[in-house]
Write a protein that binds this ligand. Structure first.
Ligand SMILES: [Cu+2]
Length: 108
């Protein structure tokens, strides 16, 4: 295993690291009423995928402060994915659970 392979694996395996994982969407896990990692960084044009890993609870990923309508809830074993075509920092929350918050940072 060469050095760049090792660095790539480290980037994939450490939640919250800023490493670029090579075209796959950045992953955020939802479990125990929390987004993990709470902050995620991608490059402009990349996407983020939220996976609901709760046992029963549905959630949503709502970019309320961007003026967007709340998207549909998604349930355990479902996911929600979206692209980020603009750079900036985009806070979001869960619609039914306002205490659940996260931020997507999009680099130029
Ligand atoms: Cu929720």
């Amino acid at each position: 295993m060469n050095r760049s392979t090792v660095l790539l694996l480290v980037g994939i395996m450490i939640p919250g690291s800023n490493a670029y994982a090579g075209g796959e969407p950045a992953q955020v896990v939802i479990r125990d009423f929390a987004f993990t990692p709470q902050e995620v960084t991608v490059r402009r044009g990349e996407s983020v995928r939220w996976e609901n890993q709760e046992k029963r609870q549905y959630h949503s990923v709502w970019f309320e402060t961007s003026g967007e309508p709340e998207p549909d809830y998604f349930f355990p074993e479902e996911s929600y994915q979206r692209d980020f075509p603009e750079s900036g920092s985009f806070p979001y929350r869960c619609g039914p659970h306002p205490e659940m918050t996260g931020v997507v940072h999009v680099l130029e």
